[in-house]
Design a protein around this ligand. Sequence first.
Ligand code: PEP
Ligand code: MG
Length: 562
Amino acid sequence: MLQGLPVSPGVAVGRAVIVRFGGLPAFRRAVLPDEFDAEEKRLRRASRLAAQEFRRHSGEAAGDIGAELAAILEAHGLIASDETYLEAVLERVRRDRVNAEWALAEVTRELGKRFETADSDAMRERAADIHDVAREITRHLTGGKDVLPPELPRGSILVADEISPVDASRLDPRRVRALVLERGGPTSHATIIARSFGLPAVVGIPGVCEAVSPEKPIVVDGDRGTVETNPSKERLRRSLLRVREGRERTRRQRARTSRDATTRDGVRIVVRANLELAEEFGALERYHAEGVGLFRSEFLYLRAAPRSPGIEEQRAVYESLLAAAAPHPVVVRTYDLGGEKGIGPARGENPALGLRGLRYCLAHPELFAAQLEALCLASREGPLSILLPMVTSLSEVQAARVELEKAARRAGVSEAPPLGVMVEVPSAALLAERLAPATDFFSIGTNDLAQYALAVDRSNPDVAPLYQPLHPSILRMLRSVIDAGRSQGRPVAVCGELAADPLGIAVLVGLGIREISVTPVAIAGVKDSLWAIDSTRVRALAEKALAAAEASEVEKLFRGRL
Ligand code: PEP
Ligand code: MG
């Protein structure tokens, strides 16, 4: 029984499909002893081809760039055909009964680690060399294809070191039953995608890729955060029973969701949906969402990469989103690129603090202009608003407004769509009063607000216990935004994951929030939580919570009284 962090609820039983995306990407497959020879042939052929290629490049480099690069490439060729290296990989194939790609990745990782910790610079550089070589051999082994098999078998459970949000968004929820990751956190984007697909997920189990056997049944419990390898027949039977109960519970819950959301004492709360992908648009009706509170448009961009989606292509998506949400409104967030590794162009050691969100768009005016024009064109078809991610100061909002006015003129619309500020950085929360005149509405992103306020990486399991969106410092920031919105007539919504948490909902309503946006599958549970809340009671509790010093105090306060 392996223990990790429960990040998406539900129980699943399925066969493990093991993939490594980071470092040297590889897919793990079990091989039988009578396949060892075939694996050896594949590996030797790939090593020969890689070595040939390095030698060819070395010859070319010697002619036009210089002797130094030629020597490096020559050395790469030697490593690629090094007999000790290849034998170590083949030994791993036989010992662990795994495919050559996986064995190569494992041996290379171990070698690389040894080089990285060496004393001399020259030795440390060898770590990079060996990874380059292995990458080339892998390319010949796989024929240059993606690591993730295009069609995972039905009933798979994906076990991986990490997964980029885009790769996660490409998973087919009819084939994959659950997700298990070595890294990741409660609000990392891969986790958010797993939740929106309704897939149970557990993250933060280092070494899980080795601990689980490929193609063998495992049990993933997304409520408790456990992964069971080699379950007995009896355990399997009981787990399957829980899967069935879970399905039944969801069905009953969903049957109730058509009722509007109010608190027990009748305060109306608007519940909208967060969406990432065009495939999810149908969920709006299924889960009775009152429109879309957050459309993460960057997935449109990332899935179209390496080309950028054109104006007409974007417009068609935004229009179909409006049609799916009608008669309710839709909020489209402009590209939130940069940031977490794997979300677009992440550069530097600290992408979350780099060129991300609105900063990225302002630095790439053509990209921004095309998106704003597409949004203006689509706004003719229904109530569409635009939301700016990662706002840190007033001048950024003003610059975006100028670009939006220009886009509206190009699109020939008499009035630009409403423009909102996403409050997800402490500077914006604390200055909400000064931002309010420049914005039409606020939407608070608690996922990033918690990350930046508490200096806790939202996708790092090592600091997951410190990731506390109910920290009183954050409640005070929420209060600042809510007050600014109220005094200046700007609506304030919350679109972070906190809005899908039963305790979080009570706190938010207590602070005065009347509009939230959550992943569609969470809507039914959110309404259940709302129906149980008394608004005057949670208001009094929220006042007390603002004076607390710790998140645990806030939790205790609410948990004890609800
Ligand atoms: C947030 O930061 O709270 C948010 C809703 O946006 P994302 O999770 O995409 O960063
Ligand atoms: Mg965010």
